[in-house]
Design a protein around this ligand. Sequence first.
Ligand SMILES: [Ca+2]
Ligand SMILES: [Ca+2]
Length: 336
Amino acid sequence: MRLLTAIGLIMGLWFTTLPAQAACSLDDSLLLAKAGYSKAEIEAKCDGGGAAIAKSGPIGSLPKEMAPGSTFRDCPDCPEMVVIPPGNFEMGSDAAEQKWVDSLDETFFPGRAGPESPKHRVMIGYSFAVGKYEVTQAEWQSIMGNNPSEHKDPRNPVEHVSWKDAQEFIRRLNAKLRGVKPVPAGGDGPYRLLTEAEWEYAARAGTTTRFSWGDSLEGCEYANGPDLSVNSKEDMGWMTSNCHDGYGVRTAPVGSFRANPFGLHDMHGNVEEWVQDCFAENYNGAPTDGSAASGKDSCAHVVRGGSYDAYPSFLRSATRAANPYDSGGFRLARTL
Ligand SMILES: [Ca+2]
Ligand SMILES: [Ca+2]
């Protein structure tokens, strides 16, 4: 953090001496972004600089400390972030996976895999950072001054948060980092929600199986999901994974389970996570560059990853759900 602060001071000094509309290099622009300047501020001074940040190009052009897999915090009590590399992947599920989902004893929601079609290639042409964990109750409390969660523990993910609440948290976090009073909604980051495509890219972490641990429903080492305790304790009457994950029908402290190949925990299970996008019935016309399928703030936004009390198949990397309720958790993305 001292390094980042030093960079911020140096860049701040340099920033003030920049001639208007200078042509900044990619690294210059990235350093300005790391120093806390918004995309709009950088674009005002660096011709094309903001665009360079949005599409930050090959890994080799990034400063060393932003190498994929490295972690950082922007302030002592800020969430820990992991640098995710550019890449491409197949988003969604194919007919075979959808047939498998339909074959499960999930009679309440048959045919749920439909919105995951058509499977399509998405190019993420930029590095970005993703929260190593879901936002915790302690992190929420420090920014918002309250805790709406049902399963109270400062180490556990915050839940019962609406999409708009999550946006307010992000707005206040960004303002805190800039050392100014809250800015109007829509102000530039660097923090934001993941887009739906970014979320699936980060959850798959290079894997092509149903879950990042493989194809089996039994992922009790990797996720707090609907394990055997769902029926034995709650008699909820639906199928579970055939194992015990140790946390029953409640949230677990973040990071209690093994990370995926990108070093991210709890992408599958624990709490379902808000992403930026509005839900659509299928992927026809969906963005293929990592951007969000946006709409009105009042749309039904997407949640990803399933939760401790969902169906086991909801924990798949491809599962998407519209959430019309004001109840979810989330993790942060950070523009680099
Ligand atoms: Ca569980
Ligand atoms: Ca989760």
